[in-house]
Design a protein around this ligand. Structure first.
Ligand SMILES: NC(=O)c1ccc[n+]([C@@H]2O[C@H](COP(=O)([O-])OP(=O)(O)OC[C@H]3O[C@@H](n4cnc5c(N)ncnc54)[C@H](OP(=O)(O)O)[C@@H]3O)[C@@H](O)[C@H]2O)c1
Length: 303
């Protein structure tokens, strides 16, 4: 049995990871979050606690003795990070330090989830070798968390990603859910034509993370969708997939005051290293959206 600990288990990625991995009888799933477990019916052992509490984390690790830890904890609201950089540092960097520090003397494969927001967005399809140059507090803290993990757990896998999908019912709507809800309710929305990314549907990401988990991979790895698109193109393709009227979507370019935090024009990442290492390609936009469509009833199974 492989013992897997998932941190941030009530979150978007954490709950989807548990959904994917708990179906495998060879895995023993442990999970942790600050707030209580709302479902309590999953095939997992849940521990409630704060990753900033070093004694809680040390106890957790010595009790479970995990073979793998997948750390999804973060503050993901980019504008809130800009407003509250101290909070961002605590939730992004300090939590990563506690978990990586607690594992540093152990034989455990740490998989730390990072972001595509580490670059200035002046070029496209960034590789793992490109030099990060974050434009906002969120990106700065995600980079600092990577450095902290690399220092304390040099064999850790650091995954740079950008994903979309369904989140648990109690979770605030994700970007794709916001688009879906707006289209369903015929609420007009504006989507940017000058912000690019390579989104991967979350269950494809959890499957890819399982490959990383089964390997001994250590280092930085991009795992995103294989196709670059603008936020507008993404929204239009999502609308067409569900058969919604696309006339409620207005294309627009970003203005200097569109967001509190500066945004990069291009967040696209290259998946060449992932393809080479695992002899697999990640899906393009159409395939990712088909999976999003197929999974439309999944929310109640996520907690
Ligand atoms: N969502 C995206 O599109 C996206 C894109 C690129 C990268 N990422 C990265 O992917 C990872 C997962 O993102 P997500 O969207 O799943 O985030 P999320 O839904 O906000 O989940 C993160 C979880 O972290 C937990 N957490 C925060 N502080 C904690 C603490 N001190 N102790 C214990 N748990 C704590 C929160 O749960 P509690 O409130 O219960 O503690 C929260 O549910 C993050 O590293 C993020 O930066 C996300």
């Amino acid at each position: 049995m492989t013992k897997i600990l998932i941190t941030g288990s009530r979150g978007f990625l954490g709950s989807n990871l548990i959904h994917t991995l708990s179906g495998n009888r060879n895995y023993e799933i442990f999970s942790t979050s600050r707030t209580g477990d709302p479902a309590g019916q999953k095939n997992e052992r849940f521990f409630q606690g704060d990753l900033l509490d070093k004694s809680f984390v040390d106890n957790l690790i010595s009790t479970i003795e995990p073979d793998v830890v997948i750390n999804t904890v973060s503050l993901v609201n980019v504008d809130l990070c800009e407003e509250k950089p101290d909070l961002a540092e605590k939730m992004i960097v300090d939590t990563a330090r506690t978990i990586a520090g607690s594992l540093s003397e152990r034989e455990c494969h740490l998989i730390h989830i990072s972001s595509d927001q580490l670059f200035d967005g002046q070029k496209m399809m960034y590789s793992e070798e490109d030099l990060p140059a974050p434009l906002n507090v969120y990106g700065t803290m995600k980079l600092k968390a990577e450095d902290t993990v690399r220092h304390l757990a040099p064999d850790a896998a650091i995954i740079r990603t950008n994903f979309f999908g369904w989140s648990p019912r109690y979770h605030p709507p994700t970007f794709a859910e916001w688009i879906f809800n707006s289209l369903r309710e015929k609420t007009p929305i504006t989507l940017f034509t000058d912000l690019y990314f390579c989104p991967i549907e979350v269950s494809y990401l959890t499957e890819a993370l399982e490959f990383v988990m089964r390997s001994d991979f250590g280092g930085v790895l991009n795992i995103v969708g294989s196709e670059r698109c603008s936020k507008y193109e993404f929204g239009m393709a999502l609308a067409r997939k569900f058969g919604f009227d696309t006339s409620t979507i207005t294309p627009s370019t970003t203005k200097p005051d569109s967001f509190k935090a500066r945004r990069q024009g291009d967040l696209s990442l290259s998946i060449s290293k992932y393809e080479h290492m695992f002899s697999r390609k990640t899906p393009g936009l159409e395939e990712n959206l088909s999976r999003f469509y197929q999974n439309r009833d999944i929310k109640s199974h996520l907690g």
